[in-house]
Design a protein around this ligand. Structure first.
Ligand code: FES
Length: 173
């Protein structure tokens, strides 16, 4: 089956986590905690096919505000593909990049809104995180991998001035 992430089409299978599909295809998505439901940078907005994804996890219920849920927000490290069909998502990282490129003055409003939505869920988020047990070594490795890949993504996302198109291919210098 196909999934569209940030307007790019990819192959995916039932059971795949959205985060893995995005990472595998080097798509712009946040995952600084390496998929451990801590950093909250992996938000995606589901534009189509929400019913094909796994139900909201307890972690998402604790972390995502009512407004974010109404807007179709999921955490890519939590949501998996359960049924075949058409799924279209856009990542929060891509939304920020798009705002920076097209209407930077709106970026402040976007960041303030996301900050507010995160703040009103702080008590639930803290309760959730306090009750979790982590394999600290695995967490350390995941975070290291997330940070490393994250910086590469940030560099690639914002180095568009350094790119040139030749014969339909994008060359990054
Ligand atoms: S919360 Fe960090 S990757 Fe999802």
């Amino acid at each position: 089956m196909q999934i569209t992430i940030n307007n790019h089409k990819y192959e995916a299978n039932q059971g795949d986590r959205l985060l893995e599909v995005a990472r595998l295809n080097h798509e712009h998505i946040g995952y600084f905690c390496g998929g451990n439901t801590i950093c909250q940078t992996c938000y995606v907005k589901v534009l189509e096919g929400a019913e094909l994804l796994s139900p909201l996890s307890e972690e998402e219920k604790a972390i995502l505000s009512e407004n974010l849920l109404k807007a179709g927000t999921r955490m890519a490290c939590q949501a998996t593909i359960e049924k075949p069909g058409t799924i279209r998502v856009v990542s929060a990282v891509e939304e920020v990049k798009h705002l920076l490129e097209t209407s930077p003055l709106e970026l402040g409003g976007y960041v303030a809104t996301m900050g507010w939505e995160a703040m009103i869920k702080v008590p639930d988020t803290l309760r959730l995180q306090a009750g979790r047990e982590f394999d600290l070594w695995q967490l350390f490795c995941d975070v290291l991998s997330g940070i490393g890949d994250g910086w590469k993504l940030i560099f690639n996302a914002f180095s568009f001035d350094c790119c040139s198109k030749e014969k339909g291919e994008t060359k990054v210098c």
